[in-house]
Design a protein around this ligand. Structure first.
Ligand SMILES: Cc1ncc(COP(=O)(O)O)c(C=O)c1O
Length: 422
């Protein structure tokens, strides 16, 4: 047996031993009921006080958890199970998918498969390129002006934390003009009659869903012939989109697509080849497009996991089904707040309420919010704390969260209100 085969056999043996011994981490998928769309809730189980590293097997202390992490976020358990099953030996290669070369035939298949699924799910037209890049969505705050600057001006909808940050970054490279009147609190989107758009801007930028404030555009803003750029980090794959309306769409993977570390850019081909000469090669859309996203080493493992998440989305019924579930989940939460006689408040204007990151307040104040978070955690609702800049509660309803899980949360909201009403 040559060295390669011997190593592969050893790895297989090791994998079998680990899996056979229940060696998956407690609270991880090998200990779980399968999550089946909107069927029985696929709550993950954890052992109380579980520390990272090898965990003891199931115990009576286990409780179901529902994880509302706003990014990184829950990845469907079925996906994690599949990743776990082939982690030590990818497709009979004897090496882990984390170890194979990004220039190998196997990885080529992974990256093109991931792209194909994304194209299918979002109906991406042929004249758009899909790029797999690093640097996070924050990297795109610089990449967008660096790639699209021609006349040196761009218009920005500033509707919350992330578009504000993107606008500040763009202002380093070009003349950035806000589209909307300035505001301190981001609780809605000013009407069209208040928009300032320049016909000779290089592009118009907006954030489709502001993750922190929970402000979401309900319609794609009409910018005429000026290319539209959208940050869809926190709502991509949660509703159908007409890609042909956009010049560039980008999204960090860590909310609805996979692990943090991968950013996906969808760019219209005619926008390639422009921009500022100082644009770093690693941020350049043309360079990345020419190299098939392999200009440098891509985040291979993340591309692989994202491919698996996209598989899962297809199996569940695609973006159309995700959209229905998102609407249902959001409606459950907003209705609970609106019908709580003012105990809970959803402060965002009804016309801009996010379907994926719901901002909630307890009107009696921060002390009660603290108590809520503590009690929620005790019964397994994890990570409901609002972003530190706005406080309160945030319910991140990304695709991996099921309707039954949200129904459970709504029940808890009701019980807490009953017990704590002044
Ligand atoms: C809408 C939006 N844009 C941009 C970012 C920044 O992403 P990253 O941390 O990947 O740079 C986030 C992060 O949560 C986000 O929610």
């Amino acid at each position: 047996m040559d060295r390669w085969r011997r190593a592969a056999a050893q790895r297989r043996k090791l994998a079998a031993r680990r899996l056979g011994a229940g060696g998956g981490r407690a609270g991880r998928p090998d200990a779980l009921p399968a999550e089946d769309g909107d069927g029985p809730a696929g709550d993950r189980t954890v052992t109380d006080g579980a520390a990272p590293g090898p965990q003891p097997p199931h115990s009576a202390m286990e409780q179901p958890i529902v994880f509302f992490g706003p990014g990184p976020s829950k990845i469907p358990d079925q996906v994690l199970e599949r990743v776990q099953a082939e982690l030590l030996n990818y497709a009979g290669t004897g090496v882990s998918v984390m170890e194979i070369s990004h220039r190998s035939a196997e990885f080529q298949q992974i990256i093109s498969g991931t792209e194909t699924r994304l194209r299918r799910l979002l109906h991406i037209p042929d004249n758009y390129r899909v790029l797999f890049v690093q640097g996070g969505a924050t990297g795109q705050f610089a990449a967008v002006p660096l790639n699209l600057c021609v006349n040196g001006k761009a218009d920005y909808f500033i509707t919350g934390t992330w578009s504000k940050k993107a606008a500040a970054e763009a202002a380093r490279y070009l003349d950035m003009q806000p589209v909307l009147p300035a505001t301190e609190k981001f609780l809605g989107i000013a009407g069209r009659d208040q928009w300032r758009l320049r016909p000779d801007a290089d592009y118009v930028y907006y954030c489709d869903n502001e993750t922190v404030e929970g402000v979401e555009f309900q319609e794609v803003p009409d910018t005429g012939d000026v290319p539209l750029v959208a940050d869809m980090s926190s709502n991509i794959l949660t509703r159908p989109i007409d890609v042909s309306k956009f010049g560039v769409i980008f999204a960090g993977a860590q909310k609805n697509m996979g692990p943090a570390g991968l950013t996906i850019v969808i760019v219209r081909e005619d926008l390639l080849g422009r921009g500022l000469p100082v644009c770093p090669s690693v941020l350049s859309y043309s360079t990345m497009a020419k190299a098939g996203s392999l200009y440098n080493t891509p985040p291979c493992f993340n591309v692989y996991v994202t491919g698996k998440v996209l598989d899962w989305v297809e199996e569940q019924g695609g973006v159309e089904e995700m959209s229905k579930r998102s609407d249902t989940k959001a409606k459950l939460i907003y209705t609970a707040a609106d019908q709580s006689d003012g105990f809970y408040v959803a402060p965002v204007d009804g016309a801009a309420r996010s379907r994926t990151t719901v901002q909630l307040r307890i009107s009696a104040g921060a002390e009660l919010e603290k108590k809520f978070l503590k009690e929620a955690e005790e019964v397994g609702f994890k990570s409901l704390k609002g972003h530190r800049s706005v406080g309160g509660l945030r319910v991140a309803l990304f695709n991996a969260l099921t309707v039954p899980q949200i129904e459970k949360l709504v029940k808890f909201l009701g019980q807490f209100a009953t017990q704590n009403r002044g």
